[in-house]
Design a protein. Structure first.
Length: 381
């Protein structure tokens, strides 16, 4: 029967195979990229789950209650999938991992909390950690984005005055047969130069911005150059980075994950920086060669000497978690102080640039009118 059908419809299998081939050729266009949840989403999720688990609600029901009525459909679907996997006998951390929306740090801490019977503590620690990261990210954006917007707006006003307004003043002088001299002539030359080069400058800035945004190497190169020339920037960045991975190590190790794995997972929190590979190398040496942790950090990382010293004390006194917590708190305070100084410095620099641009707009636009006014009046205009 099957062969008869095939014989009766010889083009059917061919068409089907071509259709399948075409679908296979373009299937990559239909594959949606799985994006991790944002820090804001994770903070709300882990706070909610942690509070429900503390109220003696089991994990499956906590996921169901949190997902009910949730407007974020992606989050709701992910929680449903996690709940179904848990009810099917899959471990909690593996159910979270299968969604592809949680980092290794989250998976590791969920596993540690589950194994220790302290899952609510793991969720609470994650919410606290992401809240701290979000606070510093907002502070960095506030210190950089707004000044950038202000400078861009004032720069656009300067270009507009030089390209549109100053040439009109120049035409007015030509109509009365007046020759610009002194500062007026300089202002007109600046206008002509700006009119000739501004499209290329804008294209260059846009290209540079896209390159910096898309290339980690270029971004790290520029950041490294800035850190080498500006001490305050270097102190702020290093404090933020060390605070980030030290707090992550403390959080993971304090919840039962072995130290080497805690260090490797914490390296992901500073991925794209020199600390990433340094921490992984230190973890390998500590785990496989028997080196003390402080020695591994001293020999294979570029952390501050204070970090090495306190880790050594923690190893000798069996108080490593306490020393890691103290170091994380210390660098958090340093980061806050450096961030305040950095913001104040950037604000002052933006003020200077704003004054310079406003002065340039005023001088380029109104100075020629003031200087040539008497000549225009004498000519009868």
């Amino acid at each position: 029967m099957s062969s008869a059908t095939t014989a009766a419809n010889p083009g059917t299998s061919t068409k089907t195979s071509k259709s399948d081939a075409a679908q296979g050729s373009f299937s990559f266009l239909k594959q949606a990229t799985v994006k991790p949840f944002t820090k804001k989403q994770l903070i709300s999720l882990f706070r909610g789950l942690g509070s429900m688990l503390r109220a003696q609600i089991n994990t499956s029901d906590a996921l169901k209650y949190y997902g009910q009525g949730l407007q974020d459909k992606v989050m709701s679907d992910a929680l449903v999938k996690i709940r179904e996997d848990i009810n099917a006998g899959v471990s909690i951390h593996e159910a979270f991992k299968r969604t592809g929306r949680f980092s290794d740090m989250v998976i590791g801490l969920v596993q540690a909390g589950s194994d220790a019977g302290q899952l609510h503590e793991a969720f609470t620690s994650l919410a606290s950690r992401f809240t701290s990261e979000m606070h510093f990210n907002k502070a960095i954006k506030k210190a950089t984005i707004m000044p950038g917007v202000i400078i861009a707006v004032l720069g656009a006003a300067f270009v507009f005055s030089q390209v549109s307004i100053v040439p009109q003043v120049q035409d007015m002088l030509k109509q009365v047969s007046q020759t610009p001299d002194g500062m007026t002539a300089i202002a007109f030359k600046v206008s002509a130069f700006t009119k000739a080069v501004w499209p290329f400058v804008v294209i260059g800035l846009i290209t540079t911005g896209i390159t910096i945004w898309r290339s980690d190497k270029v971004r790290n190169l520029i950041l490294g150059l800035g850190m080498s020339k500006w001490r305050l920037l270097r102190l702020m960045i290093l404090s933020l980075r060390q605070m980030t991975f030290l707090a992550t190590i403390k959080m993971l190790h304090g919840n039962g994950i072995n130290l080497a794995k805690s260090i490797r997972v914490s390296a992901n929190s500073v991925k794209g920086t020199p600390f990433y590979q340094e921490l992984r190398d230190a973890a390998d040496k500590y785990e496989h060669s028997g080196l003390p942790l402080s020695t591994a950090f001293a020999n294979y990382t570029s952390v501050d000497s204070q970090v090495v010293h306190m880790l050594s004390i923690g190893e000798k006194s069996a108080s490593l978690d306490s020393q890691l917590g103290m170091l994380a708190q210390m660098y958090e305070e340093d980061s806050t102080n450096h961030m305040a100084s950095f913001t104040a410095t950037v604000s002052f620099l933006v003020l200077l640039i704003a004054v310079a641009l406003i002065a340039a707009v005023f001088i380029g636009t109104f100075l020629p009118i003031f200087l040539m006014g008497p000549k225009m009046m004498n000519s009868g205009i």
